[in-house]
Design a protein around this ligand. Structure first.
Ligand code: UDP
Length: 194
């Protein structure tokens, strides 16, 4: 399915299930994938900032977070069927990881927030393996990347706010060949810790 364009910003017309099915194939093929949430505010920011536009457009999946994207698609008779929010996409990916035996790593937010999110999600999702976590204020980036690499995690969720988290993913993805799925999740750890 072709991606839709909003002021030069790509958006994937996929449902949660379609993304998970596609990701499963990409993981099996050893490919790395990135998930980024797009809402009308980000489309506007991308219009002003070419780096933000690039970070969005080069992602594997640009999910339509925000009802504004669905309304815009309806107006131009596009394909966007339903909202695919960052926080729910993360929940689906965690369930997928638990089902498939992949472990996950959480990076970002305050120490107590990320730790509580990890504990609550482990209690909620049977068989979920959180291989490690780090708060978003750690200074030693080299040690962090090494910890993620050594954790053996296949999925990495990064919560540093946008576009910082996307920039972090772009810069560190080549150093993390074991990680196959990267998602920038903004305030999602805060949501799951609450
Ligand atoms: N954050 C972080 N390190 C930083 C700045 C922010 O870990 O240096 C975290 C912050 O604690 C929060 C998340 O990034 O958990 C940002 O969430 P926000 O809702 O602002 O992100 P958005 O979805 O709006 O981009």
């Amino acid at each position: 399915m072709d991606k839709e364009q909003y002021l030069g910003v790509s958006v994937s017309p996929y449902t949660y299930e379609e993304i998970i099915a596609d990701l499963k194939k990409r993981i099996a093929a050893g490919e790395q994938s990135t998930v980024i949430a797009v809402n009308p505010e980000k489309v506007i920011t991308a219009g002003r900032d070419p780096l933000v536009k690039e970070l969005i457009n080069e992602s594997t999946y640009q999910i339509a977070d925000g009802i504004g994207m669905i309304i815009a698609s309806k107006l131009k008779k596009g394909q966007l069927k339903e909202r695919v929010t960052g926080v729910d996409m993360m929940g689906r990916l965690l369930q997928f990881a638990a089902d498939e035996g992949h472990s996950v790593f959480f990076y970002g937010a305050k120490e107590e927030v990320v730790r509580t999110a990890k504990e609550k999600l482990e209690a909620k999702i049977p068989n979920l393996r959180v291989a490690g976590y780090a708060n978003g204020y750690v200074q030693d980036q080299e040690a962090l990347v090494q910890a993620i690499r050594e954790s053996g995690a296949t999925l990495l969720f990064v919560a540093l706010g946008s576009p910082r988290q996307e920039l972090w993913i772009k810069e560190n993805r080549p150093k993390l060949p074991n990680v196959k799925v990267f998602q920038g999740v903004g305030g999602s750890f805060d949501v799951y810790s609450g």
